[in-house]
Ligand binder design. Structure first.
Ligand code: ATP
Length: 572
């Protein structure tokens, strides 16, 4: 049996102002417990056990004018609870506040174990301390005593800004146009008070236009900030990562811990870090509260970045995904449904399914080492482990010689040549416009795009695809788990491609299964999943859509290599 937790502090306090109820309060290393004291005529006696790991902060303050010289201490908890509206647990705010009265002889009552919240911890024997004479605390002024409690709670609440530095100086960049355009009001209603409760000071900058954040972090004196936080979709973080990597001092700059608060419609990284924290999936405001909570705790982890090199010799850094074909088209074309929030991807998927296309091109990759492959990895049956044949080498590819798909009887009739004719405005206009990044670690696994891939690479035999998707985090969007086995820093590109010939219904089933991340277990013969460290994609068409982290980039040959743990992110 576990030893009984040691009670560090114990006291009797009044509750909120204006209420006569008194509580026995005790603090162990892991829990704050309170139990209403019995009073004449009182029927129910409330109380609870709150886990300090769910606490973001605690503070003490003097009582108001009518307080009779007392002081208060409050503590702010965000335990996970199930709402009647949702089957999943989500973090919900609970504030406890106790009044330390001017000294008087305490009312004595044996400590009784209060009602414990039933759903969180395995059953434990009630905490019964052996009888001992109560330890008499020295007499303190109310404010002094309230501060002592607030400090003790704070010290045990696992706020881990140690690595970052405390007090933490946070720069928060918010894109007011992200998602449905409500990011600022979401920040005010859900995030701001939590940061205050955690004692985190922040400077908020609302971005004015595309590349505002990128220019700002590229030029800024970063020594003023301990953390750079983005409240937006994934696009604004893409700007910030690339702004940092464009600096002369990129090596230090990219060590600045980053934070992500979901304010967009995709929010794939936010959903990924929520998944890595091991909790049931949540979305929308519940995901925002979960990520805000992580931000308050300040646990810094390493995150992979992928360097993406384009034919134009531009190099970008990506933290999420590289997409071509169906997924990239849906991402860009669904911009016109932005008012629908996260549902825009569902809408976009249905529309694109109705006019499904086949995309022609060449795909090659460097498999991750056998030792790091999990048994679930599909060995692509039609991939060859060889150099590209000379006539297919990139330098000899005539990109205007686009090949049209034939496919099987169920296959999809359209080819890529009209795939860039989307009439969406916002995202299509904001094609990435950065300058070439000559900084960053060398891409030791890549050879120039005009040379054949090395002999250790695998060249995929198929040249007709419905989609090619390279992911380095688990989520493609809040509710799409594209790479369920991915981790923040696994040094792996999770490459998924779907070959031409898949039926519309099979593709729809694939996306439906992606909501739970079970799509790779569906054993659809058209779907290939392989873990790689680098890849090259050469579309045959002159026009089309490639997205990096959901952002439109120049179309054409592209190759990418993972750099394990290059960036740092607040996530637990
Ligand atoms: N004030 C602004 N007005 C217009 N565009 C902006 C502004 N601030 C940033 N941006 C642009 O918006 C892009 C960010 O969009 P972001 O991806 O973060 O949101 P989203 O598209 O709603 O979310 P998601 O990518 O998750 O769907 C950035 O790349 C930036 O170029």
């Amino acid at each position: 049996m576990d030893p009984l937790p040691r009670v560090h502090m114990r006291g009797e306090f009044a509750g909120r102002p204006g209420r006569k109820v008194r509580y026995a309060v005790s603090l162990t290393e892991e829990e704050l417990t309170f139990q209403q004291l019995k009073t004449a005529g009182a029927a129910a006696r409330s109380g609870a056990v709150l886990h300090l790991r769910d606490c973001v902060g605690s503070r003490a303050f003097r009582g108001g004018g009518g307080g009779g010289g007392g002081a208060y201490f409050s503590a702010y908890f965000y335990p996970r609870r199930r709402r009647w509206t949702s089957p999943a647990e989500s973090r919900q705010r609970t504030e406890v506040c106790f009044r330390v009265e001017p000294h008087r002889e305490p009312h004595r009552e044996p400590h009784r174990e209060p009602h414990r919240e039933p759903h969180r911890e395995p059953h434990r024997e009630p905490h019964r301390e052996p009888h001992r004479e109560p330890h008499r605390e020295p007499h303190r002024e109310p404010l002094e005593e309230a501060e002592r409690w607030a400090r003790a709670i704070g010290a045990r609440s696992g706020v881990l800004y140690r690595e970052v530095g405390w007090p933490c100086r946070m720069l928060l960049l918010l894109n007011p146009r992200s998602g449905k355009g409500h990011a600022l009001s979401l920040f005010t209603s859900h995030v701001q008070h939590m940061l205050n409760e955690a004692g985190i000071r922040f400077t908020l900058i609302v971005t004015k236009q595309q590349n505002h954040a990128r220019d700002l972090v590229r030029e800024a004196d970063l020594s003023q900030w301990d953390v750079l936080v983005i409240m937006s979709g994934d696009g604004l973080l893409f700007e910030v990562v690339n702004g940092l990597m464009e600096r002369e001092d990129w090596e230090d700059a990219i060590q600045t811990p980053l934070g992500i608060l979901p304010g967009g419609s995709g929010n794939a990284l936010a959903a990924s870090i929520h998944r890595y924290s091991g909790f049931q999936p949540v979305s929308g405001e519940q995901l925002l509260v979960s990520c805000s909570f992580m931000l308050c705790k300040g646990v810094v982890s390493r995150m992979d970045l992928t360097s993406v090199c384009m034919g134009s010799s531009r190099r970008l850094f990506s933290f999420l995904s590289l997409a071509w074909g169906f997924v990239a088209d849906v991402d860009i074309e669904s911009e016109k449904y932005r008012h629908m929030g996260a549902a825009r991807f569902t809408m976009g998927t249905l529309v694109r399914l109705a006019s499904l296309r086949v995309y022609q091109g060449r795909l090659a990759y460097l498999p991750a080492q056998e030792s790091s492959l999990s048994p679930s990895v599909t060995a692509p049956p039609s991939a060859t482990h060889t150099d590209m044949s000379p006539e297919l080498q990139p330098s000899t590819l005539g990109f205007s010689s686009m090949r049209h798909s034939v496919g099987n009887s169920q296959s999809l009739g359209h080819t890529l040549h009209d795939s860039c004719n989307s009439n969406n405005s916002y995202k299509a206009e904001r094609r990435d416009t950065c300058s070439v990044s000559s900084h960053g670690p060398p891409d030791s696994l890549l050879v120039p795009l005009d040379q054949p891939v090395p002999s250790t690479w695998t060249v995929v035999q198929e040249e007709s695809f419905v989609l090619v998707l390279a992911m380095y985090q688990s989520h493609l969007a809040e509710d799409l788990v594209g790479a369920p086995s991915s981790a923040l820093e696994d040094g792996i590109i999770h490459l998924i491609y779907v070959k031409a010939g898949i039926s519309r219904s099979a593709l729809l089933r694939l996306f439906l299964a992606m909501e739970k991340g079970t799509h790779l277990a569906t054993s659809c013969p058209h779907v290939v999943y392989v873990k790689v460290r680098a890849l090259r994609l050469e579309p045959y068409s002159p026009k089309g859509t490639i997205t990096v982290d959901g952002e439109l980039v120049d179309y054409g040959p592209v190759q990418a290599q993972i750099h394990s743990g290059l960036a740092r992110l607040i996530a637990s």
